[in-house]
Design a protein around this ligand. Structure first.
Ligand code: CP
Length: 304
């Protein structure tokens, strides 16, 4: 398996074998840190859209492997402000660094960036499209808390239209014979092209509008935020923004092994009462981003 110099743009570009290999490397890095393998390597951290976890875990991952980081968290301090194109910016940054982790509000931006440079591009989210490194850390977390990936019942809940993490995760779970429950208002359901892909792969899924219909059936309850920043109509956001709120009482009859996950940030869709239950696993999930991104950096830079 050769990951050297690979772009990671969408989860569908990875085979099941490749996904499992990344998870295996991430587990070994969680157990045994490798503080020197990326010495003398530099990562460009190019975040054209706000981020806490993705940017800081990528940057920490690079530093914990002995590498260095340059970059920006706000495109307003770059020459994008003067009108420079994404293509030109990435072409130049690619001349300075060995690998680029990026996020951009426009769907397809990571693919466009990959055309501009021969340095590996790691997509940290492009608009409502894909968030493949989140999906890898989600799979790592599911495997960690359920001791397996195959044959699980998984609810994806919230904003399945604009929530890029749920698009990538649904596609990845097609490799693992999951039974999927999509819980969302009609206007925010899973896009048709993902449902079609799942049907073509004979993956069982069902559509729901109420948490109560699924909460006692599933092994993983994957909650997401309603993505207010992607709505064209602010009134529509106001109508749906509080449609799902998970609290501890709703988990009273959940399966004992149920874990609640969330890519975070949360707004108010999981109350803090859930944090104290044995079902909460979203903070461990966020920590796992560090090990998965260490694995990806080491692999695409040919050091693992
Ligand atoms: N999960 C995630 O992508 O979080 P950030 O937006 O904080 O990076």
């Amino acid at each position: 398996m050769n990951f050297t110099n690979r772009d990671i743009i969408g989860i569908s570009e990875l085979t099941k074998t490749e996904i499992l290999h990344i998870l295996k490397i991430a587990k070994s890095l969680k157990q045994k840190p490798q503080p020197k393998i990326l010495e003398h390597k530099v990562m460009g951290s190019c975040f054209f859209e706000p981020s806490t976890r993705t940017r800081l875990s990528f940057e920490t991952a690079m530093e914990r492997l002995g590498g260095k980081v340059v970059g920006f968290a706000d495109p307003g301090v770059t020459s994008a402000k003067k009108g420079e194109s994404l293509f030109d910016a990435i072409k130049i940054i690619g001349q300075y660094v060995d690998v680029i982790a990026m996020r951009h509000p426009i769907e397809g931006a990571a693919r466009r960036a990959a055309e501009a440079t021969d340095k590996p591009i790691l997509n940290g989210g492009d608009g409502a499209n894909q968030h493949p490194t989140q999906t890898l850390l989600d799979l790592f977390t599911i495997q960690e808390c359920q001791k397996k990936l195959e044959g699980l019942s998984i609810a994806l809940v919230g904003d399945l239209k604009y929530g890029r993490t749920t698009h990538s995760l649904a596609q990845a779970l097609a490799h693992f014979n999951a039974k999927l429950y999509f819980v969302a208002p009609d206007s925010l359901q899973m896009p048709g092209y993902i449902c079609d892909e799942l049907k073509n792969n004979n993956i069982k899924f069902s559509i729901h509008q109420k948490i109560e219909e699924v909460i006692n059936k599933v092994d993983i309850f994957y909650m997401t935020r309603i993505q207010g920043e992607r709505f064209a109509d602010p009134m529509e956001y106001e109508r749906v923004k509080n449609v799902f709120v998970l609290n501890a009482k709703m988990l009273e009859k959940a399966k004992p092994n149920l874990k609640v996950m969330h890519p975070l940030p949360r707004v108010n869709e999981i109350t803090t009462s859930v944090d104290k239950t044995p079902h909460a696993y979203y903070f461990e999930q966020a920590e796992n981003g560090l090990y998965v991104r260490e694995a990806l950096l080491g692999l695409v830079l040919g050091k693992l």
